[in-house]
Write a protein that binds this ligand. Structure first.
Ligand code: ADP
Ligand code: GLC
Length: 487
């Protein structure tokens, strides 16, 4: 089974969030099970030299889209058993960061067309192109329109995965018409048109042969108006082709027993974990104590993550004996909220701005609890990493948080975290307070951490579920039989 992942980010090359973790780990897990999964993404400026130096340039060609004609370089390398291809165009990708530019529409339309052209030079004929989020949403569309009869794509099917329905890549119809060269008939309600504009995400949902999203709960939620971002009726229409498959984590990459960011490796020993806590407190200038509960946050600071609930109750929380360590970047109002708290409670709150893989790992290891009261959460990898590092998650019961965290039940002793249901600040605060009370009862806490340690947060089960989706798209054929390719 040959699968081409088209993605805008993938660990270890480029990352802004969980999509990169998935696009890094899932191919490995699938390849272990006998698939041949390769990954294509843009050649961003921020990909580290240690990786860029491993790539060889295998082709150079022109990509025509709309009236434009742009240079494209194609690079290839195999890193940790996965083959990566990079799409090179300095006009579009030699910039700081990954997204947020005024010409993002043009950059990712170019990327989508470049992927369509690049397969001619890959020596790899994908059975399936697996696209992720709006940046690659036009690939299933191109596969069924402009490239429908192109031999380079003969027999290829598409899978489109929604990692976050909120970010849809919505642009003016005129702009997308000009960029894609597609005619008026494709910008209608059943196709790309979306409330007077055009949506790249919708392209993936309308034209993908199969649709997946990253947890079973989110698959249900997005079919309702509250979570559906105005695409719920289309998603209900396509429900027969939509499946929710919960994310896992790469257990080799996130392993407290083998993590270069930590001084004291550990697995299930609470006393060794607490050495990492002291280490973190020392580095950040917090009072050193193993008895004060330390709460961690590693997050994009955006509305999705429930920061409003944290904001509304922050002072109440900080009247308790707690420490709060925040790593994140995002909206100014949230950065200001935590900066202000750190100024007012210097012995309790530390904020680390920006993106830091090292600090993230140190917080997962050094914290006792990890809060993630998201308004919505397609899956969430942070709570999975927290579980792997035995930091007990406190979450709202939504999307993947609901599917991966079971509330601790003091009567049965079951549960690997704490959770609440309504998007309500005081429900959130009460839940944190319950966690703090449990923390002070050593036996209870040991029980919870023990439950955490028995969970499976790997890709094992979910990788099989993806193989199942892929196989539904492939016609049954005999072992080792080659695809008939029209040339
Ligand atoms: P999302 O993709 O919505 O941001 P996830 O929980 O799925 O949320 O994934 C977030 C990923 O990004 C995790 O691997 C988390 O550790 C990482 N991350 C988030 N913010 C930062 C940051 N400021 N520095 C380092 N890593 C971060
Ligand atoms: C998105 C979602 C997050 C999910 C990640 C990977 O960024 O916000 O919940 O874990 O994609 O699927």
């Amino acid at each position: 089974m040959k699968i081409l992942f088209a993605t805008s980010e993938a660990v270890p090359l480029a990352k802004t969030g969980g999509l990169a973790d998935v696009a890094g780990a899932l191919p490995k897990a699938l390849n272990k099970r006998g698939a041949d999964v390769r990954v294509v993404l843009p050649k961003y400026e921020e990909i580290a030299d240690e990786y860029i130096n491993q790539f060889e340039r295998i082709a150079e060609f022109q990509v025509s889209f709309g009236w434009r004609n742009q240079y494209c370089g194609l690079l290839r390398a195999t890193i940790a058993d996965v083959t990566y291809y990079l799409i090179d165009n300095e006009l579009y990708f030699k910039r700081r960061g990954l997204y947020g530019y005024g010409d993002d529409a043009e950059r990712f339309v170019f990327f989508s067309f470049a992927v369509m052209e690049a397969v001619r030079y890959m020596d790899f004929h994908p059975d399936i192109v697996h696209c992720h989020d709006w940046q690659t949403g036009l690939i299933p569309f191109l596969l069924r329109t402009r490239y429908a009869y192109d031999p380079a794509w003969a027999y290829t099917k598409s899978v489109f995965t929604i990692h976050n329905l909120k970010y849809q890549g919505i642009f003016g119809i005129d702009l997308l018409k000009e960029l894609t060269g597609a005619g008026d008939e494709l910008f209608v309600a059943e196709k790309l048109e979306f409330y007077g504009a055009a949506s790249c995400m919708k392209g993936g949902i309308v034209y993908g042969d199969k649709l997946t999203t990253v947890s079973e709960s989110y698959a249900q939620e997005i079919q309702t108006p509250y979570y559906g971002e105005n695409l719920d009726s289309l998603l209900r229409y396509r429900a027969g082709d939509l499946v929710g498959i919960v994310n896992g984590i790469d257990e080799d990459l996130y392993d407290p027993m083998n993590d270069l960011s930590l001084h004291t490796p550990y697995r299930n020993s609470l006393s060794r974990k607490r050495k990492n806590k002291i280490d973190l407190q020392t580095e950040l200038g917090l009072p050193q104590s193993t008895t004060i509960p330390l709460i961690g946050i590693v997050s994009r600071l955006v509305e999705q993550k429930g920061i409003d609930l944290i904001a509304a109750t922050l002072d109440d929380l900080l009247h308790e004996e707690v420490q709060l360590v925040v790593l994140g970047a995002g909206e100014w109002r949230y950065e200001e909220l935590f900066a202000d708290a750190a100024r007012r409670y210097p012995d309790k709150v530390v904020v680390w701005w920006g993106y830091s893989d090292r600090m993230a790992r140190r917080i997962y290891a050094g914290s006792d609890m990890f809060v993630m009261p998201s308004k919505f959460e397609p899956c969430g990898l942070s709570q999975l990493i927290a579980l792997r590092y035995r930091s007990v998650p406190i979450v709202r019961e939504t999307g993947g948080l609901k599917d991966t965290v079971q509330a601790y039940n003091e009567y049965t002793g079951e549960g690997n975290g704490f959770s609440f249901s309504n998007y309500n600040a005081h429900d959130y605060l009460d839940t944190v307070k319950r966690a703090i009370t449990s923390y002070h009862d050593e036996e209870t806490w040991k029980q919870i951490v023990d439950n955490v340690s028995r969970g499976d947060y790997s890709w094992d089960v979910s990788a099989k579920a993806y193989l199942n989706v892929y196989s539904q798209l492939l016609p049954h054929r005999k072992e080792n039989e080659r695809w008939p390719v029209i040339l």
